[in-house]
Design a protein around this ligand. Structure first.
Ligand code: FES
Length: 129
């Protein structure tokens, strides 16, 4: 099997083909009809969270949740195509969970919120329910 990844959006477009000859043909014909959803920025700083080892958590990836930094199901209507990141910490821990939704180490803050593109971006106001 071959995998073709578009150079335009390598994070989002990946097609797997069963026939190797089809990959070369299809690679030049891949076009996007719509852009994948982008997260909004609910906070420009991380959220301190005290996690319980072995407990299941869902970290909001779309930014629309009213229960930041955790998912409240808002992605189903406001950011279709994005899903929460589910994780289970091994042990109890106090951590900093990303609030800007642009970390490279989800669900944890990696300092990306300090970059100019986050500082200059509009802060998302949660919609009335
Ligand atoms: S809050 Fe997103 S990287 Fe820090």
């Amino acid at each position: 099997m071959n995998t073709v990844v578009s150079k335009l959006e390598p994070k989002w477009i990946s097609f797997t083909f069963r026939h190797p000859w089809l990959a070369a043909t299809a690679a030049s014909k891949v076009k996007l009809s719509t852009r994948p959803p982008e997260p909004v920025i609910p906070a420009k700083k991380p959220f301190k969270a005290e996690l319980v080892g072995g407990k299941h958590y869902s970290w909001c990836t779309c930014g629309h949740s009213r229960k930041q930094p955790f998912c409240d199901g808002s992605h189903k209507t406001r950011a279709q195509g994005l899903s929460p990141l589910r994780f289970v910490p091994e042990k109890d821990a106090t951590v900093w969970l990303c609030g800007c939704k642009h970390t490279s180490n989800p669900p944890y803050c990696d300092g990306t919120h300090k970059q100019d593109f986050i500082a200059s971006a509009p802060l998302h106001e949660p919609a009335e329910s």
